[in-house]
Design a protein around this ligand. Structure first.
Ligand code: PEP
Ligand code: MG
Length: 593
C-alpha cells in the first residue's frame, strides 16, 4: 500500500501495527496530552458556582476512589487497598481544601487553576525530598489531582466508553486492558495509542476483538481534535488524519481484497493443521472468557491453548466465587469438541492487568512484582476457589490447568500441594471433579526455561509464553514503545531458550506449546515449527492465516531453518530467514504487509 497522499491538513503518523484491518471514522480522544487550565479571573457572581463545581468534582472523585478501593480490597485484600484509603484522606484534608477555596474566593481563580496550583505546591515539595518513599507519594498526589481535574474538565470517563453515540476511532495515550474490555464494541472501529508495544494485553485484545489497532505512535493527542476524521491502517501501522479521497479510495480497494482473501481462508475451517509433508500441529485458540467460544468455533481452532482467566476478574467490584468460575470453565470445557482440550490458566493478574481501573498498583516495577502465581500463592483462598472450579469443570470436557509466571520448582510444588488438597476436599465432599486433570507450567521467565528439565519431571506439559519470555530475557518492557525495536522474539537468546524448553519437554515426554503472540505471527511460524513445538495457540482471528501457512510449509524445511537459527547470532537475520520461508510458502498471506 502506498503512503497515503497528502492534502492540506492531512497528516500521517507511523506506529506499530498490532491488529489487522482498516477503519475510517471520527476521532474520539481519551485523556488529554496536556491540560489546558484557564487562568481567566472569575467574575464576583461566579465564585460560589465555582465552589459548587469543585465540590461536585471532589464528590465524583471520592466515589471513583471508593469503587476502586472496594474492587482491589475484594480481589487482593484490605492491605493492598490501603493506598486508596490514603487518597480519600487527602481529599478530605481541610488545610489543603481551605487553601483551594481561598484561591477561588479571594484570588478569583477558577476551580481547576486553584486546585492545580495548591496540589502542585505540595507535589514539588515532596519531589524535592531525598527520600524515595516520599517521592513516590508525590506521584500519588499528582495522580489524585489528575482525577479531580478530569472531573472538573468533564474528560471522558472510562465508564462512558461502554455507550458511545457514534462510530469512532479511539485515540489515547495508552489503554489499560481493563478499559479496553469496556469499549463499546459496536462503535469503536479501531484504536490508536501513543504508547504501547506489540504484546501489550491491549494489543492482544484488539486482535481478539478483530478491530484494527496501531500503538506506539508517539506524541499525537495534542495535535488532533475530536471532530477530525482519521484512517487507521492496522496492516501498515499508520494513522492518517484527514485522509484525501484518493487515499480513502485506495484503502477501500485494499479492504475488498482482504475480504476476498479472508473468505478463502474461512474455507479451511474443517481442514487439519498439517504441513505438506504430513506433520501435524495442534492449532489452538487463546481466549479471555466463555463469550469467545463462538469465535473459536468459527475459526476452526483445535481446542483452547490458553484461557486467560484473569479477565473474569477485571471490571467488577467483587471477584467471581467458585460457582461463577465453575460455570465459566464448564462452558469452555463443554464447548470444546471431543478429542480436543481446554487449557485453563490460573490468575495472571498484575503487570498491566489489575482489577478495576487501577492502573498504578503502587509498585515501581509491576512486571517484576506481585503478579500471577505470586499473587495466587500469597492468597491461597483465591487459588483454592480457582482450582476447585477448574477441577469440577474437568467432568465436562478435557481440561488442563496451567500455572503462569513460574520461576522455580518451589512454586510448582506449592501450587501442586494446594491442588492436591483441593482434590481431597472435593472427594470428601462428594463433589464430582475430573480425576486426572494434567498440570502444566508456563515457560515465560528465563529461569524456568533454564530449569525446564527439573520442571518437566514434576509437571505434565509446557506452554511457552513468548511475550514475557522475550521481555524478561532481553530486559525490554513489552509495553514501552521507546524500546520496542529491542523487543525481538527471534533474538538468539530467546530462540535458544525455546529450543532448550522443547528439548527438555521431549526428554520427559511432555508436550510443548507456544501461546505467546509469536505463535500467531505468520513470519515466525516456520521457526517455531522447526524448533519442534507441538502446539501453537493464537487468537481466534489468526487461526485461519496460521493454518493456511502451515498447510503450505514443509517440516523438513522448517527444521533446516531452526538448525541454522540455533547457530546464528543475529535476531534480525533469524527473523528475515523465517519470514522468507513463510513468504515463499504463502506469498498472498504477506501481500499487503
Ligand atoms: C505470554 O507471556 O506469552 C503469555 C501468553 O501470557 P500473557 O501474554 O498473558 O502474559
Ligand atoms: Mg505471560
Amino acid at each position: 500500500m502506498a503512503e497515503p497522499s497528502a492534502r492540506p491538513g492531512a497528516r500521517t503518523h507511523h506506529g506499530i501495527a498490532v491488529s489487522d484491518g482498516v477503519a475510517h471514522a471520527r476521532i474520539l480522544r481519551i485523556g488529554q496530552a496536556r491540560r489546558q487550565i484557564s487562568r481567566e479571573p472569575l467574575a464576583a457572581d461566579a465564585v460560589e458556582a465555582e465552589v459548587a463545581r469543585l465540590n461536585e468534582a471532589l464528590l465524583g472523585t471520592r466515589q471513583d476512589i471508593q469503587r476502586v478501593r472496594d474492587q482491589v480490597s475484594a480481589a487482593m485484600g484490605a492491605a493492598e487497598a490501603g493506598l486508596f484509603e490514603a487518597h480519600l484522606l487527602v481529599l478530605e484534608d481541610s488545610t489543603l481544601l481551605n487553601e483551594v477555596l481561598r484561591k477561588i474566593r479571594t484570588g478569583r481563580l477558577g476551580a481547576e487553576a486553584a486546585f492545580h496550583d495548591v496540589f502542585e505546591k505540595y507535589v514539588s515539595v515532596l519531589e524535592a525530598v531525598d527520600d524515595a518513599y516520599l517521592r513516590e507519594r508525590a506521584a500519588d498526589l499528582r495522580d489524585l489531582s489528575g482525577r479531580v481535574l478530569d472531573h472538573l474538565s468533564g474528560a471522558v470517563q472510562e465508564r462512558d466508553l461502554q455507550h458511545l453515540p457514534e462510530p469512532c476511532i479511539v485515540v489515547a495515550h495508552d489503554l489499560a486492558p481493563s478499559i479496553t474490555a469496556l469499549l463499546d464494541r459496536r462503535n469503536v472501529l479501531g484504536f490508536a495509542t501513543e504508547a504501547g508495544g506489540k504484546t501489550s494485553h491491549t494489543a492482544i485484545m484488539a486482535r481478539k476483538m478483530g478491530i484494527p489497532a496501531v500503538v506506539g505512535l508517539g506524541p499525537l493527542l495534542e495535535s488532533i481534535q475530536d471532530n477530525e476524521y482519521a484512517l487507521l491502517d492496522g496492516h501498515g501501522g499508520l494513522l492518517t488524519i484527514n485522509p484525501t479521497d484518493q487515499t480513502l479510495f485506495e484503502y477501500g480497494q485494499l479492504k475488498q481484497r482482504r475480504a476476498l482473501f479472508e473468505e478463502k481462508l474461512a474455507l479451511l475451517r474443517e481442514q487439519p493443521a498439517v504441513t505438506l509433508d504430513g506433520y501435524h500441529v495442534t492449532l489452538a485458540a487463546n481466549i479471555e472468557g466463555p463469550e469467545d467460544m463462538a469465535a473459536v468455533q468459527a475459526s476452526g481452532a483445535h481446542g483452547i491453548g490458553l484461557f486467560r482467566t484473569e479477565f473474569l476478574f477485571l471490571n467488577r467490584a467483587t471477584p467471581p466465587g467458585e460457582e461463577e468460575q465453575f460455570k465459566a470453565y464448564r462452558t469452555v470445557a463443554s464447548q470444546t469438541r471431543p478429542g480436543q482440550e481446554a487449557i485453563l490458566r490460573t490468575l495472571d493478574l498484575g503487570g498491566d492487568k489489575m482489577p478495576g481501573d487501577l492502573n498504578r498498583p503502587g509498585e515501581p516495577n509491576p512486571f517484576l512484582g506481585w503478579r500471577a502465581i505470586r499473587i495466587s500463592l500469597d492468597c491461597p483462598d483465591l487459588l483454592r476457589r480457582q482450582f476447585r472450579a477448574m477441577l469440577r469443570a474437568g467432568c465436562h470436557g478435557q481440561v488442563r490447568i496451567l500455572l503462569p509466571m513460574v520461576s522455580g520448582l518451589e512454586e510448582l510444588r506449592a501450587a501442586r500441594a494446594i491442588l492436591e488438597s483441593c482434590r481431597k476436599e472435593l472427594e470428601a465432599e462428594g463433589v464430582p471433579f475430573g480425576a486426572s486433570v494434567p498440570v502444566g507450567v508456563m515457560i515465560e521467565i528465563p529461569s524456568a526455561a533454564l530449569i525446564a528439565e527439573d520442571l518437566a519431571r514434576e509437571s505434565d506439559f509446557f506452554s511457552i509464553g513468548t511475550n514475557d519470555l522475550t521481555g524478561y530475557t532481553l530486559a525490554v518492557d513489552r509495553l514501552n514503545e521507546r524500546v520496542a525495536r529491542l523487543y525481538q522474539p527471534t533474538h538468539p537468546a530467546v530462540v535458544r531458550l525455546i529450543h532448550a524448553t522443547v528439548q527438555a519437554g521431549r526428554r520427559h515426554g511432555r508436550p510443548v506449546g507456544v501461546c505467546g503472540e509469536m505463535a500467531g505471527e505468520p513470519a515466525l511460524v516456520p521457526l517455531l515449527l522447526g524448533l519442534g513445538v507441538d502446539e501453537l495457540s493464537v487468537t481466534p482471528a489468526r487461526i485461519p492465516a496460521v493454518k493456511f501457512l502451515l498447510r503450505r510449509l514443509r517440516i523438513s524445511e522448517a527444521r533446516e531453518l531452526a538448525d541454522w537459527a540455533l547457530g546464528c547470532s543475529l535476531g534480525a537475520e533469524i527473523h528475515r530467514r523465517s519470514r522468507e520461508v513463510a513468504v515463499a510458502a504463502a506469498p498472498n498471506l504477506f501481500a499487503e504487509r
